[in-house]
Write a protein that binds this ligand. Structure first.
Ligand SMILES: NC(=O)c1ccc[n+]([C@@H]2O[C@H](COP(=O)([O-])OP(=O)(O)OC[C@H]3O[C@@H](n4cnc5c(N)ncnc54)[C@H](OP(=O)(O)O)[C@@H]3O)[C@@H](O)[C@H]2O)c1
Length: 251
């Protein structure tokens, strides 16, 4: 079968774990050269080895503008331009209103909002005509979840970015879409429950009970949707929020 991203250059931020890693593997399998980023060096090296010879690792914190400059200098030098940008790096933590700290706010908004904004803005000179930009949202951006308001608000901001940026970029033929996973079994999700395995399973069971399909998602199921948004299969899809959530946010 023809590869959907043959000869394309893709950048996946937060490509060393969970949804980003699964997507980087799919992008590579579809023929793309894939730059992956993350802050931790050991995880980055392991991810590059797992993705294969078309992967290039760049250690970079997406919330640090100097790191983003180095990332895109490297992409420019080694690939010349970008066809697919998956601004996926992010995450969150749980605290109820009344206990929210400045540190939690800053950490969450720096990763999920500042990082996404400047990842896309700094990539603009390298994005090729017809490029696909994918932002990682979340069902949390449109739902209420106890103790999760800071994360939810950050993902609502991400969804809003896509609506507005397609107007800013309308003369450049760049598509921007938000991919919003529901609960997906990743290290980032299970870590929300802390280090105890029983508590982690309890969280997964609770989240599965909220999903009409009765289970949480697998990272590869999000990656398949990312391939759709990255490829020509979605050539007239622009500004949407694609929920991949087993129906959770649709009921
Ligand atoms: N799993 C879910 O249920 C779910 C649901 C909805 C949305 N999401 C979203 O999906 C995205 C991926 O989450 P995941 O569940 O796959 O989490 P994960 O397993 O924790 O992976 C997160 C990835 O992002 C990287 N990262 C985090 N902060 C970063 C930063 N400031 N700069 C660069 N890289 C950074 C991590 O590597 P380092 O820590 O080494 O930097 C890692 O590679 C996030 O935006 C998350 O909010 C997840």
């Amino acid at each position: 079968m023809a590869q959907k991203l043959n000869g394309k250059v893709a950048v996946v931020t937060g490509g060393t774990s969970g949804i980003g890693l699964a997507t980087a593997k799919r992008f590579a399998a579809e023929g793309a050269r894939v730059f992956v980023t993350g802050r931790r060096k050991a995880e980055l090296d392991a991810a590059v080895a797992a993705i294969g010879k078309s992967a290039i690792g760049v250690q970079a914190d997406a919330s640090k503008l100097a790191d983003l400059d180095l990332l895109f200098q490297r992409v420019k030098a080694e690939a010349g331009g970008i066809d697919v940008l998956f601004a996926n790096a992010g995450g969150g933590s749980m605290l109820p209103l009344g206990e929210i700290t400045e540190q939690q706010y800053t950490d969450t908004f720096d990763r999920n909002v500042k990082g996404v904004l400047f990842t896309v803005q700094k990539a603009l000179p390298l994005l090729r005509d017809g490029a696909s930009v994918i932002l990682t949202g979340s069902t949390a951006g449109t739902e209420g979840t106890a103790a999760f308001s800071v994360y939810a608000a950050s993902k609502a901001a991400v969804r809003s970015f896509a609506r507005n940026w397609i107007l800013d970029l309308k003369d450049r033929h760049i598509r921007i879409n938000t991919l919003s996973p529901g609960a997906t079994r990743t290290p980032g999700l299970v870590d929300l429950a802390g280090p105890d395995a029983a508590q982690q399973q309890g969280l997964l069971d609770y989240l599965a009970s909220r999903v009409p399909m009765g289970r949480v998602g697998d990272p590869d199921e999000i990656a398949k949707a990312a391939v759709f948004l990255a490829s020509d299969d979605s050539s007239f899809v622009n500004g949407i929020e694609l929920f991949v959530d087993g129906g959770q946010a649709q009921v």
